[in-house]
Design a protein around this ligand. Structure first.
Ligand code: PGA
Length: 250
């Protein structure tokens, strides 16, 4: 049985007050009644306070990024040890906004994955094609390449702390979702690629989340697919009711 996960990526939203407000609202939701692992990824500046607020909560804490170096002269960056020191358990690596806007390459993401694994941070590794690549029928090839170049240098043991998030870039923040069938088709493929590189068992055990315009009204249908183990939620994670509805869609 794979872990079912719903993670909220808050992106660059919520100042400290807004963040505490949202966390208080989430703490009122009864996530203890579900087996779904619930994760939130607030901006860096809110992580410490979030950790305090979530002390008695089943909700886990993630950062949205990390720097690949241990420490040093990297103005404006955040190290893995800093994240650990404020209670972070997960890191998102390779979100398409990092890849596209901040030009993060597979090579850099591979280094980030190594650093995260070394510090025992669990990884949510994001992959996904842009619209043009899908139109050209290259989506499987692109996703495979992202896995091979960014992730597959990790050992089998390290892979146990990795969750994949398949996020077709054309579906992020656009209101357009992949159909449940498109999600299932890609998730099944990703699982096979992982199984071929590692073992069938690791393929079977790796949670693969879908991301891209997941909302309370479409989550159930997407999560019902065999190889979809949850979601990475952007916009809808900023509203406690919507996010809780998505969690409860399992
Ligand atoms: P969205 O974002 O749910 O707003 O489409 C998803 C993501 O970027 O992880």
């Amino acid at each position: 049985m794979r872990t079912q996960i719903v993670a909220g990526n808050w992106k660059m939203n919520c100042n400290l007050d807004e963040s505490q407000h949202l966390l208080n609202a989430l703490n009122q939701k009864n996530f203890t009644t579900t087996d779904v692992e619930v994760i939130v990824a607030p901006p860096y500046t809110n992580l410490y306070a979030a950790h305090q607020s979530l002390k008695d909560s089943p909700i886990k804490l993630s950062s949205q990024n990390l720097n690949e170096n241990e420490k040093g002269a990297y103005t404006g960056e955040i190290s893995p040890a800093m994240l650990k020191s404020v209670g972070v358990e997960y890191v998102i690596i390779g979100h398409s906004e990092r890849r596209v806007i901040y030009k993060e390459t597979d090579h850099l993401l591979a280094k980030k994955a190594t650093t995260a694994a070394k510090h025992n941070l669990k990884i949510m590794f994001c992959i996904g094609e842009v619209l043009e690549q899908r139109k050209e029928g290259r989506h499987f090839e692109i996703v495979k390449e992202q896995l091979e170049k960014g992730l597959f240098h990790l050992s089998a043991t390290e892979m146990k702390n990795v969750v994949i998030a398949y996020e077709p870039v054309w579906a992020i923040g656009t209101g357009e979702t992949a159909s449940p069938e498109q999600a299932q088709e890609m998730h099944q493929y990703i699982r096979k690629v992982i199984a071929d590189h590692y073992t069938i068992k690791i393929g079977e055990q790796t949670s693969i989340l879908y991301g891209g315009s997941v909302k309370p009204n479409n989550a159930k249908e997407i999560f019902a697919k065999e190889d979809v183990d949850g979601g990475l939620i952007g916009g809808a994670s900023l509203d406690a009711d919507s996010f809780a509805d998505i969690v409860m869609s399992f």
